[in-house]
Design a protein around this ligand. Sequence first.
Ligand SMILES: C[S@@+](CC[C@H](N)C(=O)[O-])C[C@H]1O[C@@H](n2cnc3c(N)ncnc32)[C@H](O)[C@@H]1O
Length: 216
Amino acid sequence: MSCEIRGRTLIDVGSGPTIYQLLSACDHFEEIVATDYLAVNREELARWARGEPGAFDWSPFIQHVCKIEGRGEPWQDKERRLRERLRRILPIDVHRPEPLGAPLRPPADALLSAFCLEAVSPDRAAFVRALAHVGNLLRPGGHALLLGALGESFYLAGPARLPVVPLQESDVREALAAAGFALRELRSYAMPPALRTGVDDVDGVFFAHAQKPLEA
Ligand SMILES: C[S@@+](CC[C@H](N)C(=O)[O-])C[C@H]1O[C@@H](n2cnc3c(N)ncnc32)[C@H](O)[C@@H]1O
């Protein structure tokens, strides 16, 4: 993560039941706010944060992240740090202009969202609106880091076939501009054949770093 992306609060939009996306980010913020629409996902995250028996075992993922970060940090230290910093797990609906139901106080220094906005938006116009809504959680000058699917129209979650709005890189670029963000970096990666397992029809993933402009 770029050394300029740090601060007091990071909000993760549509966390699901997962923490992989927070493992490196948690070193750069005092507080992590996780969010999800579904109570079942928030409860699973809370079980992990409390270290309850039976919660999903993220330790192999934490060990792997420590290895690729290459600082020789014991993985237990990172696990402890993320648990300490993950203080709030809140309900969210990105389709509302006020996604948390009330303003985040203080607004976040950075926003992270992985595979959420395109998965919950029925079309590109709704994706743009969702981006603008989550932008309301950020302070002026705050950073948005988005990870998402390209060219995906569905994914399977157990027996459910969930629709996704298929995006091209140009759609991501245009949506960020239309939602009022300044694009800093956009990278795309093609999905290697070995990862095309049939649980979705994703073509690739994008990584976007954008910034909310400073107020005039
Ligand atoms: C594909 S999952 C991604 C979860 C996680 N970020 C990850 O990378 O694995 C999309 C998430 O969006 C959540 N979601 C569904 N509707 C939503 C809404 N209206 N607002 C915010 N999140 C929503 C789902 O509950 C789900 O956890």
